[in-house]
Design a protein. Structure first.
Length: 128
């Protein structure tokens, strides 16, 4: 069953019309029915409560005011990391960047402290 904080796409007559986030699902007083509170992700934001069976929350088609409706859980697409095929090089010297080791990083991987006041003075032609 779709769960709290899931994003669902709402279909009206087989056409997608809106996204919503499930805010709460609580049992209704009618057996096997649930009150599902949805935050409609549109402008302006609106919270609605629908009373649905578990099958309807899971994507089965249901009717509302004589129109067919359906909820479809949305999962974010898995995109490859943008820089997977780029080599890791330093822009200053075009050398490969070594990943730091967690236990005992060697001295060569330690950063260098740069004084911005000295750098600014040097840039303006003043002696540090």
């Amino acid at each position: 069953m779709a769960e709290i904080k899931d994003i669902v796409l709402i279909y009206l007559e087989d056409d997608p019309v809106s996204f919503a986030r499930i805010e709460d699902i609580v049992p209704d007083h009618k057996k096997d029915w649930f009150q599902i509170r949805l935050l409609m992700l549109q402008v302006p934001l609106q919270v609605v409560t629908w009373i649905l069976k578990a099958d309807y929350i899971n994507g089965e088609t249901f009717s509302m005011n004589g129109k067919s409706m359906r909820l479809e859980k949305v999962a974010a697409p898995v995109a490859p990391f943008e820089h997977d095929n780029l080599s890791e090089t330093s822009p200053e010297n075009d050398k490969d960047i070594e990943s730091p080791e967690t236990d005992n990083p060697p001295e060569k991987n330690k950063g260098k402290i740069i004084s911005f006041s000295k750098r600014k003075a040097h840039k303006n032609g003043q002696e540090p």
